[in-house]
Design a protein around this ligand. Sequence first.
Ligand code: DGY
Length: 325
Amino acid sequence: MAASRPKVIVTRRLPEPVETRMRELFDVELNDSDTPMTREALADAMARADVLVPTLTDRIDQALLAQAGDGLKLIANFGAGFDHIDVQTALQRGILVSNTPGVLTDDTADMAMALILGVPRRLKEGAMLMRYGDWEGWSPTALLGHRITGKRLGILGMGRIGQAVARRARAFGLQIHYHNRKRLRPEIEAELEATYWESLDQMLARVDILSVNAPHTPSTFHLLNARRLQLMKPTAYIVNTSRGEVIDENALTRMLRAGQIAGAGLDVYEHGASVNPRLRELDNVLLLPHMSSATEESRVEMGEKVIVNIKTFADGHRPPDQVVP
Ligand code: DGY
């Protein structure tokens, strides 16, 4: 790889300041269109690049990695989640993978909080009433939601984002419960006043609101399957700002329709933009188009992280945000 100016191919439009900096630093090929590359274009890019900068809309699997050129040494993902990249196969082929953790933590946690507040308080239904001019004035009984203060929030996945959600939620008087592969250090648990549940099943049966903050991995795929969803109270709400695949979307849709779960606030879906139409038509869901990290600040800082990962690697060191399978 040309250490000073590696050939970098970017698959999507990135924020303008990021593209400008990349032009200064690298021999960069930017993508003028903001639609995902076709598989053929992606294969061609991987055959020609020293560094590929993909996003979560590019599925980089074994078949595609088999077509990578000898020059490709780094996949510097623009994004924190890397479940769309077969990291193991990449490593076997001598290609490192990096991501952009940390910089989108606060914005993602803010959006989780917005859903935690917005779904039990029926924000979408109220906004729709105003949007379509159907409001007939204040009523003592209309659009009654449920109080947030004092309720139990269960956090599934207590990494950076889960902890940021917990900090925010405490300020709203929620009691924090969590399930995670590893228990937090005692001082963090004490700071968050968080109750640890080794058993996810037991936690699900007790919480009023569940926030999903676990990444999608082989062990979290459909972690919230029909059996586990049925353990939840019919008055409980689910919020997901992580990855859709963690929830069995069909099972969740069935249960929301049947009133076995009170409502859901979702920013991510099992099949990306192909959202189950039966989910979209429900009143008790607030659906967003995968926008939890969509602030100018987060997206520019994500781009800056990509640049640091590439530069560090081109200078002969490990990228600071290298991911391991
Ligand atoms: C990520 O970085 O993985 C986020 O899902 C993008 O919003």
